[in-house]
Each structure stands twice: as C-alpha cells, then as structure tokens.
Ligand binder design. Sequence first.
Ligand code: SAH
Ligand code: SF4
Length: 377
Amino acid sequence: MKINLLDFDLAGLVAFCEQLGEKRFRAVQLFRWIHQKGASDFDAMTDLARSLRQQLPALCRVSGLPQLSRQESVDGTIKWLFDVGAGNAIETVFIPEPDRGTLCISSQAGCAVGCRFCSTGHQGFSRNLSVAEIVAQLWQAEFFLRQHLGRSERVITNVVLMGMGEPLQNYAALLPVLRVLLDDHGYGLSRRRVTVSTSGVVPMMDRLAQDCPVALAVSLHAPNDALRTALVPLNRKYPLAELLDACARYLPAAPRDFITLEYCMLDGVNDQPEHALELLALLKQRALPCKINLIPFNPFPDAGLRRSSRAAVLHFAQILNEGGLVTTVRKTRGDDIDAACGQLAGDVRDRTHAVQRLAQRRRASEQPLHFHASTPR
Ligand code: SAH
Ligand code: SF4
C-alpha cells in the first residue's frame, strides 16, 4: 500500500521529501496543496517541479475514507459515517452556528473506557485510528463543505475531539493530528479552537500540557468517586481528586483560563439537587477555574437510562450558577439524524450489519451513498 500523505504532519512530510532529495520548501508546498486546497491529484499541483509530480504517484497517495453515508439534519448539522475496515465505522459531525463551524471528530473505532451512558462505550474497543484516518475526517468534511456551501474560504473554524473514542488513549496519533490542525501551512487553527475531550486519563493530560496544550474538556459526570466509578470505570484508576489536580496542572499551559467540565444529565442518577450541591462544594473547595457544560443524556437502544427532565437540568444549572460556577446547558443538535453526543455508534449489532450492508451496496454500485435526514434507519 502506498503511503498516505494525510499520515504526516509537516515535519513528517519534510522528512519524506528529504528522502526523495527534495528541500523543505517542497514539502511546505505539498502540505499546502493538500490541507489548504484539498488537492489529491499530484498533477494539479502546478508549482511543484514536474519531475517530482511525476515521481510522487508511484510512491504515495492522498486519500480520504470511504464514505458509507452522509445525512443532513433540518438544523444544518451534517453527519458522516466512514468505513475504516473490518466492519468498523466511525462518525464525524459538522455543527454550523452563526459565528463558527465546528467539526466533531473520532479518534478510535469503539472505546475501551466503557462509560455506562455512552453508546461507543457499549460497543467496546476495536482499534486506534491512524493519523490519516483522523485527519481525513477534517480534510474530507472541509473540502466537501466548501463545495456544498459554495464557499472559497474556510468553513470549519473549530475542531473538537468529542466523537467516538478516548483521544488520550490514542496519544501517538493525537499529537501529529493536532500539529496538522494548528500548522499555519495546514488548517491554521488556534489552540483555543481545538478541544480535546477526555474521560480523565491523568498522565496523558500532563503530557498534552507539555507537548501541545490545546483547549481541554474533561468529562466529569459525577460529584463523588462512588458515582463516578459507576458511570466512568476509568475513575477507579484516576479518581476525582487526582483528576482535578491534573486539571489544575493543565491550566498554566492551556490556551483558555478555564477547563470545561462536561456533565451528562441522567434522570435520577446524577441530576438531583444534592448532586449539584456536592459538585459545587467540591469545585469551590478546589477553586478550579472551570465552566460546566451540562449535556442532556442522548438515549440509545438498551442504554437502560433516561434523559433528565428539562426542569431538573435547569434547576441543576441554577444551583451551580447561583453558587458562582458558570454553567451552560448544551443544545442538542442533529437530533433527527442521531448526531448528538454518545449516539454516534448507533445500535452496535444493527450498526455492524448496516456497515456491512452499506459497504456491499457501495462496492456493487461504486456510487457514494447519500442519505437524507428523512431516510429511515
Ligand atoms: N472519550 C472522550 C471524548 C468522546 S465522548 C470523553 O469521554 O470525553 C464526548 C462527550 O460526549 C463526553 O463528555 C461524553 O461523556 C459525552 N457523551 C457520551 N455519551 C453520551 C450520551 N449518550 N449522551 C450525552 N452525552 C454523552
Ligand atoms: Fe469512551 Fe468517551 Fe464514550 Fe466514555 S464517553 S466510553 S471515554 S467515548
């Protein structure tokens, strides 16, 4: 298999080009063609020396992921399902807002953390995605959207690693991915516009602070260890006190002066006023600069959990806000296409079969499939 150039950050591409006897500026040109113009055809890269253009196709390629489906919600949210082989599919979601366009990308096929309320967690862990597989989600989405929306300038202004998988358990791939996102010759995103969301892999939070401190969101979900361990099994290894210490250590390097704490609201489980008061006490005692984002639980088949009532969510937010913690409630977007947090994998068995069926049909017709929001699943 030829090398996929989406696997390289700029330093990697420079090394690759040097092996071919090419200077650094050639790698910069190539990198810009790929990530700023969306080019995959070396022949179209007109400012590269002809000899290099002729040499490249035999050695490498620029290829995205096979698309199994693309659905568009009535609210403009777009969800892609990409095939990553062996019956595994990953999802990528674009969320347009008036002042920005956010892309939510996946870092793993499945996830080993196994959170109680997460459909990806229920699915189990398949494998880490490669750098190319993670970068391809942005590359494909950005250049599709420019065409789709008739825009010549950048459409995706923010990237969040909040799709499938635990990004800090795929650290070796995460770092080059972040460098491609931040590189001025790549997507040129500022560190505050790239967010890594983690269930709390403490040692890797410290590494990230050193290596590439982007904005950080930590999935908290509970105000005490007993409840958090029941919801996020990783809490056994890295309990709340250690996790909050790690958040405090991250802050001096962080591009924002607060950490976002995510809290998935589960009816009767972690959404009671006493939970809000306990959380308030915990965070006040620590004096951790943070903002809390309440995420109403998005149900999926066999979850055995319910979304908190609107009233419970608002009351919870009110207690925290009145106590001095800035708290927001996440809007659910793309509900009609199951594009909300934690719904990404869909039902595991159905999903696997659906992926196989779709892949067969795609191979048979060689047509990219396009599902509209109204298509029944
Ligand atoms: N593994 C990372 C990032 C992916 S999950 C993490 O856990 O942070 C992204 C966010 O979606 C997390 O805050 C997660 O708790 C939340 N989430 C997962 N399943 C959900 C569901 N069913 N409903 C609402 N939020 C969910
Ligand atoms: Fe993994 Fe995050 Fe889902 Fe937990 S919430 S299972 S860490 S993807």
